[in-house]
Design a binder for this molecule. Sequence first.
Ligand code: GLN
Length: 487
Amino acid sequence: MDIPSLTIDGVRAGLLARRFSAVELTAEALRFAEAENPRTNAYLHFSTERALAQARRVDQQVARGEDPGPLAAVPVAVKDVIVTQGVRTTCGSKLLAHYVPPYDATAVARLERAGGVMLGKTNCDEFAMGSSNENSAFGPVRNPVALDRVPGGSSGGSAAAVAQGTAVVALGSDTGGSIRQPASFCGVVGVTPTYGRVSRYGLTAFASSLDHIGPFARTVKDAATLLGVIAGRDVRDSTSAAAPVPDYTALLDGNVKGLKLGLPREYLRELTKETGEPILRGVERLRKLGCEVREISLPATDYAIACYYIIATAEASSNLARYDGVRYTTRSGHGETLSDMYRNTRGEGFGAECKRRIMLGTYVLSAGYYDAYYLKAQKVRALIARDFANALQEVDAIVAPVSPFPAFKLGEKIDDPVAMYLSDIYTITGSLAGIPCMSVPCGETAEGLPVGMQILTRHFDEATMFRLADALEKTMGVGNARTQQRG
Ligand code: GLN
């Protein structure tokens, strides 16, 4: 069985034709993932028993002649900020190294209900804060395309698992780019759905007004299938939307003729040549398919990084207050008083990036500064959202870079937080506006590093985004960068 070449359709066909059972596939996928993992450190732990139990359920359904669901037997990896009942969920943090949640996130429950088999939990930056996966307390992830480079972050483990071929699809989370940027760096598809499209019940909160769960896959169709499974209203998350979920895969006919695309001027200014060229070539391919491309302007773009790092840190400082050694987390054994216990638990447990954000966030929310920073940032956020709303009245979709540069070397930016924050420049805007956005492979640099194109559409119009990405993918050949590199 060639696990890395599997797609959702391929698994389904093999299963229904009885070429393999779900248990056989799962056992082989687990064996392969465990053997490959030392190369990349993509998985933090495997959920072997749960995976095999789920596979047995799928086999029983097949034996009874029942439909085993759209993800039947599909090996899935899940980012370790998404809680899983009975399976350790660390959030990449020492503080939660031993935390075993008592319930499942809705997205996980839904993918299992659809027959998906969770193989294990993937590495990530601590509490999803980072752009390189180097902020994990359990060691960095290596990019399977180039092992001396980062996979991007914070969902680096999920992107690497899919790129490496150990999982067919994966779940990640995105607050300011954590699905799209690693997808671009690893040469896979990564989708940040509309804010509210997918329930966050069971997603460990980082910045609640920005957090999303979304899929990684090697093909647009697989990403669309996975989103279709996890999307939709959930009574357990009051921010989840009741908007109907279309059958995304039925709309992937390769026809994008007449769609109007906007290329934002502000996103091309500082783009390096190595990343810019593959993107412009990708845009050219869409033009040849009949899309109309025009330049647009998103004038508030310059304020996006400042705005995001105020809002995200403010919300994080509040969300991370619960890791105090009382409600959650391993308690420090040092100190005499209650205050010592809090201080030592948090001081010893959090990594440098989390501490930096808690301090920043507490500062911008403090009484004398709230209006000057947090309130101001909220106003800027409204301007950024308005830019997109205006542009998307003129065009059907916006095409843009995902990141100013391709995957960088491990260690290259870790001592310079500001340089690291700048890697999010093209992704945080879509997150602040809450619109659907994704990264689809569109080529590679001269060195052979993958480059993703970002596609952004109107609220709840993932369908147009998938159609465009799928049409582009069909002109490129599936899994282009990854397959060539790994080969
Ligand atoms: N890199 C961004 C940050 O560090 C985005 C992270 C994310 O989307 N979770 O905040």
